[in-house]
Design a protein around this ligand. Structure first.
Ligand code: AMP
Length: 502
């Protein structure tokens, strides 16, 4: 038995002395040195009691050591569980209690407050700081730099990623070696990654986008990564000329566009810009092309399924769509148990080697969302164009039912966004005494523009059936977003909950 993920991503780094990670200060870490770091960490973690199948939870900054920790977990056949550094101790307590990791890593600055919690859940506490130092690194220093990877099968768990959980309890998505490897292989091929690529990596590595899409594709194909601790426009603009590819969330692109230094020459060397994790406005897509000559390639995925669809590399990258199913991924749109006709809106369901093994310790929740025939109900609503491009219309839980009629927020948002002076918008349903829910718009003006809510509403008047028209709107400076740039509609619903109260 082998360890497929280790064999594909990490073992080939051996003996390769070219840079794997290029850091923001210009220093580099070779592939071989990175693999030796993984080996030393794996020994240290085994010394701390980690065995195959154990969870290794880590709430740490993005550093080469944190990425090596993922490699060490894979080598041990352990289950890697990265946590957003923004989680509060209360949230961390839930994750530790639910996942009962053997080891929990945190920043030394939080050690004192988190130690009792780790002890309560039986986890050994190790530290890793934003410079890569801490007890893990100290323990690893004296260890041998070769490690025989634990034998694993494709169905063994490699990672447990908690969903962002905007409603209800956050759920742990169990991801197998097959899930991760099959998806990396499909994306690498589709997006033409090779050993010559240099990927600008500014995404967090506690989330599927940065940890799996970006890192796995690059590791699998033997390229290098410009490995940044986060997105900082100055640093990204300085280093982009060295990159051949960048993966980002839409806010990366809007921030780059707001900087006049972004131009055609600066990105002449880049062959691919990918966007995902939140909808990329068609306007951003067009503005980016006008400025740089590059058409951003948008793809769609989620924690539970890895990536599902992508715009084509060679064919037309259609703004406002997420393209076609990846090779090996089946897609259907349903209402209830019935497939909808082409062009109609339905829930996006997917099946394939990318789809997770279920929610950790939640068999009922798993059975609710994973159908017996293997299709996963994503909770996203979509529509297929006549030529097969998928458009995401929103989340099912964001669907508004006003006076008994369905209103898809995206349809209203697209009209609002086209009103002169509007930068972006979010449409939500709020409790209303007559209608059950009423359509409500939150609108952000373009920089330097003064907008009145009434003016925006009259800008779309007559272009929508009455029941779809927002009953009220507010103008705000910005929309609340999470770390991946997703608009937090739950926060907006809370903020304006009483708006229509009688
Ligand atoms: P997460 O599990 O945090 O990766 O969130 C997954 C969700 O993000 C999906 O279910 C979609 O609702 C949304 N999402 C991801 N990619 C896109 C995209 N390209 N366009 C629109 N929504 C997206």
């Amino acid at each position: 038995m082998t360890n497929p993920l280790h064999d594909a991503l990490f073992a080939p780094l051996s003996g390769r002395h070219s840079p794997l990670l290029i850091l923001q200060d210009g220093t580099t870490l070779s592939a071989d040195a990175f693999l030796r770091r993984i080996a030393r960490q794996a020994h240290a973690l085994r010394g701390a009691g980690v065995a195959k199948g154990d969870r290794i939870a880590a709430q740490v900054a993005k550093t080469p050591e944190a990425l090596a920790l993922y490699g060490a977990a894979v080598a041990l056949g352990a289950v890697f569980l990265p946590l957003n550094p923004a989680y509060t101790p209360g949230e961390v307590a839930y994750f530790l209690g639910d996942s009962t990791p053997r080891v929990f890593l945190c920043d030394p600055a939080r050690q004192a407050s988190l130690a009792p919690m780790a002890a309560r859940h039986g986890a050994a506490l190790l530290t890793l700081d934003a410079q890569g130092g801490g007890t893990l690194t100290d323990m690893a220093a004296a260890q041998p730099d070769g490690f025989d990877a634990a034998p694993c099968g494709p169905d063994d768990l490699a990672a447990l990623l908690y969903t962002s959980g905007t409603t209800g309890r956050s759920k742990g998505a169990m991801l197998t070696q097959r899930n991760l490897l099959s998806n990396a292989q499909a994306l690498a091929q589709l997006w033409r990654f090779t050993a010559d690529d240099v990927l600008l990596h500014a995404l967090p590595i506690f989330h599927t986008h940065g940890l799996f899409v970006a890192s796995n594709v690059s590791l699998l194909t033997g390229g290098a990564m410009i490995f940044l601790p986060g997105f900082d426009a100055d640093t990204v603009l300085r280093l982009l000329p060295q990159a051949t590819a960048m993966m980002g969330v839409p806010t990366f692109y809007t921030r780059l566009l707001s900087d006049p230094r972004l131009d055609r020459d600066l990105v002449a060397h880049v062959r691919l810009f990918v966007s995902g994790s939140a909808p990329l406005l068609a306007e951003t897509h067009q503005a980016f092309e006008a400025r740089t000559g590059q058409r951003i390639l948008e793809r769609y995925g989620m924690t539970e399924t890895n990536m599902n669809t992508s715009n084509p590399y060679d064919g037309q990258r259609r703004a406002g769509t997420v393209g076609f199913p990846l090779p090996g991924v089946e897609l259907r749109l349903t209402q209830g148990d019935t497939e909808v006709a082409t062009g109609d809106i339905g829930q996006i369901e997917v099946r394939g080697p990318n789809v997770f093994a279920g929610y950790w310790k939640m068999p009922e929740k798993t059975a609710e969302e994973l159908r017996p025939d293997g299709f996963f109900q994503t909770g996203d609503l979509g529509r297929l164009d006549a030529d097969g491009y998928l458009r995401i219309v929103g989340r099912m839980k964001d669907l508004i039912i006003s006076g008994g009629f369905n209103v898809y927020p995206k349809e209203v948002e697209m009209l609002l966004d086209a009103v002169p002076g509007v930068q972006e918008s979010a449409v939500i349903g709020l409790p209303h005494p007559d209608f059950g829910e009423a359509v409500f718009a939150v609108v952000v003006p373009k920089a330097g523009v003064r907008l009145e809510a009434a003016e925006v509403l009259s800008g779309i008047g007559g272009r929508l059936a009455r029941f779809k028209q927002p009953k009220a709107a507010v103008v705000v400076a910005e929309l609340p977003r999470n770390a991946m740039g997703k608009v937090q509609k739950n926060v907006l619903r809370q903020t304006y909950a009483g708006w229509f109260a009688s």
